[in-house]
Structure formats: C-alpha cells, structure tokens
Design a protein around this ligand. Sequence first.
Ligand SMILES: NC(=O)c1ccc[n+]([C@@H]2O[C@H](COP(=O)([O-])OP(=O)(O)OC[C@H]3O[C@@H](n4cnc5c(N)ncnc54)[C@H](O)[C@@H]3O)[C@@H](O)[C@H]2O)c1
Length: 346
Amino acid sequence: MRKIFVTGGAGFIGSAFVRLVLAGQPEIHIVDYDALTYAGNLENLSGIDESRHDFIKGDICDRESVLNAVPSDCDAIFNFAAESHVDRSILSADEFLRTNIIGTQVLLDAARAKNVRRFVQVSTDEVMGSLPDGSDEFFTEDSPLQPNSPYAASKASAEFVVRAARETHGLDTVITRCGNNYGPRQFPEKLIPLMIANAMNDEPLPVYGDGKNVRDWIYVDDHCRAIWLAFEKGKAGEVYNVGARNERENIDVVRSLLDALAKPHSLIKYVEDRLGHDRRYAIDPSKAENELGWKPQVTWENGLASTISWYRENQAWVEHIRSGDYRDYYDKMYAARLNASGSTQA
Ligand SMILES: NC(=O)c1ccc[n+]([C@@H]2O[C@H](COP(=O)([O-])OP(=O)(O)OC[C@H]3O[C@@H](n4cnc5c(N)ncnc54)[C@H](O)[C@@H]3O)[C@@H](O)[C@H]2O)c1
C-alpha cells in the first residue's frame, strides 16, 4: 500500500477527493487529517472503504500533532484544509491567516522532516484577483497574484510559502489553482447549495449586487481528478490552473437552478453587494490539459442535474447542518472508537 496524507478530507472538496482516490486507486491508503471546523463533516465520508482510510482529528497549525500524524513512508501531502468562505474572511480574517498560511508552513515543515515525496497545495483562482468586466482575458499560470479578499490574500500567501519551500529547501511541490467548484456535500453557505436549499424551502434567493459577477464553474470530481494528475504527472515547482471553460453570471446560475427545481424567478432577491466583490474569474486550463492530460468529464448540465438530485435526496444532510446536529456526529459515531493515539477510522 502507498500512503498519502490528506488534510481537510472531511470538507466538500477533500471528501470528494478521498472518495475518488479510494474508488480509483486500490493501492492507496489515506491518512485523513481534519480539525472538523464548522465546515468539516464526517457525514461527508459515509460509505467509504474504511480499511484504506484512517481519520485523525487535528489542526494543521499544531506542529506536534501534524508530525505525529504524517506517516513515515508518505508519498504525498495534499493540502485541502483551509478556511474557505470569502464572506467569513470579510467579517474576520484572523482564522484565515492562521490556518491558510501558518498551517501550510507547518505542513511543509512536516513534509521535509518526514521525507514526503511530493507536496500538493490546493489553491484557488481567487489569488489572481478579478478580470475586467466584458474582457476576453483569461487567468494563466503567469497572471500576477492580486488577491482582493482576505481569503484570497491568505491563499496567495500560502502559495508563497509553498514556493519558498521549493526554492529554499528543494521540496518537491505542485500547486493547483481552480475556479468555483460545485457538487454534492458543499456546505450550504456557498452559492449553489444555498440557492438549492432556499428554493426547495420556497425561501428568497439572495443575489449579491446586480448578479452579473462571472464565475468559472467546475464539477468537484473534475477538480479532484486534476489534483490527482498534478500529483502523478505534474512537474516539481509548477502551478497548474484548473477550469472547465464554463463561465456563468451568478444570476444565470440562480435562474437555471430555479428552472430545474420548477420554482418561480420571483424568489430572487437582489441584496447589497459583497465588499470588494471580484467581477470576473475565467481560467485558461491549457497547461493542465497539455502537460497533465486532464480534461473535464462532467458537463454543466449533467453536473447541475446530479447536484440538484443529490441535495433533493439528502435533505437530512442539509438539515443536520442547519440544526447544528452534524457537529455531534463525530462524538456519536466515533468517540467510542478513538484509540489511545487520538486516531480513528471513518
Ligand atoms: N470551494 C471552491 O470552490 C474552491 C475552489 C478552489 C480552491 N478551493 C480550495 O480547496 C480547498 C477545500 O475547499 P472546500 O470548499 O472543500 O472547503 P471546506 O470549507 O468545505 O472544507 C475545509 C476543510 O478543512 C478543514 N479545516 C479547516 N481548518 C483546519 C485546520 N486548521 N486544520 C485542519 N483542518 C482544517 C475543515 O474542517 C474542512 O473539513 C481549500 O483549500 C480551498 O481554498 C476551493
């Protein structure tokens, strides 16, 4: 068995990655390390092959805990763990700087100490700021880093500490920068799950500003496939932009969701814009396509349909989050199985 260390594997994208790797890579054993913040949810890992997955509850900023958790024969660290919601970073940036920057540095140090073969940093297109409205420009790997929100600034800083570990210590690193993900198990504060949940409950759908902000949407599994390929085929020290060439105005996304759910457009409610709201993100993924042999496999239409079906069929998952019950899940399901080292399987 080859071992990999995944941080943030109880979150939206991390859990999709864990599922994908366990299903597609039978020789891989995953050590999944997650602090289970408000965004971490062990229900996201229900039904996986537990024999190849160890779950450890821990904070990536906790140096001793990370050093103990990274296995000695580790092929790669995949760093998904982050504070990830822009709106929360506008209210308070402290936790973003701590987890996203300090936490990344702690993981890089652990990668060196444990001779980990490769470090994969999961970054975001938001580090590159905003493209002008109506332009035909795209983000490339050479675009300057111009973050506009505290979240984006913390992720850009994380990229810098990864780069420094590469340049200073020769650590084998790869960075992926992806656009907006959607799919099952996304925390219902993000645009698509929020709108689906509100529409299903006939509640107003709050749309920021004029709704014409453009995002480049990608189905979560396509993102995860790109991260895996970056690990397997990426060149050390390189950055790979990941996007599905799927630009959409927010208002069009919301209208499509309402149509798919057979709900009236009158549920749309325009609200005061987000501070510093980036206007347009659009990614040129040519490098990932050419060097990694990656291509998105899920169309927008199919991805949206399966996402809506998932939320329809898993209303209990949403309800557990809305009521806060998911927070008790760890204690209910796993506390009794904790062993002396603080590790359990999920
Ligand atoms: N969601 C997107 O559209 C998107 C796009 C591009 C890149 N990304 C990046 O992908 C990664 C995952 O995003 P997501 O949407 O799944 O986020 P998420 O908020 O759903 O999950 C984050 C996970 O990290 C864990 N975590 C947070 N702080 C931690 C800490 N200090 N120690 C250990 N674990 C901690 C949480 O418990 C949670 O399970 C992030 O790095 C994010 O920046 C996200």
